[in-house]
Design a protein around this ligand. Structure first.
Ligand code: XLS
Ligand code: NI
Ligand code: NI
Length: 434
């Protein structure tokens, strides 16, 4: 037991609490929605990196947080683990996620890092058993250390490729050992800064073989969770190979992996790619590769991945609406890939950030579920495409040739009349729920 969160009680559901009380006003884990507990719908997770490893830097200044567990020893890594599980308990968080580098100190050699990692994984395993908190996903940090500056799987140096493959093997093994429900691959520096020094074709082929090996290893060890790729268009590299859902789908098809790998879609990454979050979710669902979400928000002015906690109900509700249309989460969940602002120094800020985010998500989810149950958007959509139920229209999609269609149109009787898309009416409808 540490004293980091001393004086902060367990957060309870109490909508009538005074204004600055740290309580849930919308998130009631046990509330039933469509026959399922809210906790089981939303499947919240804390991101270890932002909450416990990030020092509070920005491009103009370094560390602002002074956490008692900062430092590179195993004792401190254990303290960090203790604090993490204390926070999960205070919040009633069902899940968490990590990168290897968030939880263990880097060793002087691969072997030492591996020993540190395995020791902490066992320590985390004991904590999980004691508390019932589960692992949503594990992942490897193949982007922070300088050895990865020119990429991991896509590095021009084959030794970095090998180091990365070995690291992913250990992280996937550890995820499996802890009963993790997914394993995530975000291509941190899998991209390039300039074509002047880059063999793009070769780098993409390296990434393809790398991913095939990860899939092979998953089956070899019997990991039943999902493998998820997290698309992102830029930052850190100028051109990332896994730009967005559509790009990653093309990549999966090229390497024969579209039935093996799904998507972890992040709000801020969707915005950076010039999409909306719900566009990325709907596209992944339509391609049969929707998996999980990283919930956060970007500052719309900065054009950068600011990883703020969500606070916009109408936007978040439209995202959860797409999750519901996908049938809800199976192995996936809502990972808060979000960090405090660097002036938010206090332990209480960490709790308040998650409480607020969980409430925003709960409120949004309830709005989305009500809208889904009401069915207004689905009815409007069905009406808009109703023409496709006609016999002639069906044959136009199945077997007709241009010649045949031309003959039918030329014969007369086909005279398309524009119809309203009714966007404002549908926006007014959504406003009733959010
Ligand atoms: C960075 C990514 C990262 C992944 C995990 O922008 O969001 O945090 O979620 O490597
Ligand atoms: Ni991100
Ligand atoms: Ni993320």
């Amino acid at each position: 037991m540490t004293d980091f969160f001393a004086g902060i009680p367990t957060v309870t559901y109490d909508p009538s609490a005074p204004m600055d009380a740290l309580v849930y006003r919308h998130y009631d884990a046990d509330e039933m929605i469509n026959g399922k507990r809210m906790e089981d719908h939303l499947r919240f997770a804390v991101a270890w990196w932002h909450s416990f490893a990030w020092p509070g830097g920005d491009p103009f200044g370094g560390q602002t947080f002074e956490r008692p567990w900062f430092g590179d020893t195993m004792g401190l890594a254990r303290m960090k683990t203790d604090v993490a599980f204390e926070m999960f308990a205070i919040l009633g968080q069902p899940f968490f996620c990590w990168h290897d580098a968030d939880i263990r100190p880097e060793g002087a050699s691969f072997a030492e890092s591996k020993r540190n990692f395995e020791e902490i994984i066992d320590y985390i395993g004991e904590k999980m058993t004691g508390q019932g908190t589960r692992l949503l996903w594990g992942t490897a940090n193949l982007f922070s250390h300088r050895r990865f500056m020119s990429g991991a799987a896509t590095n021009p140096d084959p030794e970095v490729f090998a180091w990365s493959a070995a690291t992913v093997k250990n992280c996937l093994d550890a995820t499996h050992k802890l009963g993790g429900e997914n394993y995530v691959l975000w291509g941190g520096r899998e991209g390039y800064e300039t074509l002047l020094n880059t063999d793009l074709k070769r780098e993409r082929a390296q990434a393809g073989r790398f991913l095939q090996m990860v899939v092979e290893h998953k089956h070899k060890i019997g990991f039943k969770g999902a493998l998820l790729i997290e698309p992102k268009p830029q930052e850190p590299t100028k051109h990332q190979y896994d730009y967005d859902v559509a790009t990653v789908y093309g990549f999966l098809k090229e390497f024969g992996l579209e039935g093996e790998v799904q998507m972890n879609i992040e709000q801020g990454h969707a915005i950076l790619a010039g999409h909306s979050f719900e566009h990325e979710l709907a596209l992944a669902t339509s391609l049969g590769i929707f998996g999980s979400i990283d919930m956060n928000r970007n500052d719309y002015q900065s054009g950068w991945d600011t990883d703020q906690f969500p606070n916009n109900v109408p936007e978040t509700a439209l995202a959860y609406y797409e999750v519901l249309r996908a049938g809800g989460f199976t192995t996936g969940g809502t990972n808060f890939d979000a960090k405090l602002r660097r002036q938010s120094l206090d332990p209480q800020d960490l709790i308040a950030a998650h409480v607020g985010a969980m409430d925003i998500c709960a409120r949004s989810f309830k709005a989305a579920a009500a809208m889904h149950a009401d069915g207004g958007l689905e009815a409007a959509r069905a009406a808009r495409y109703a023409g496709w139920d006609g016999e002639a229209a069906k044959t136009w999609l199945q077997g007709s040739t241009l010649d045949e269609i031309e003959a039918q149109v030329a014969a007369g009787g086909i005279d398309p009349q524009p119809r309203s898309g009714r966007q404002e009416i549908l926006e007014n409808y959504v406003s009733r729920f959010v």
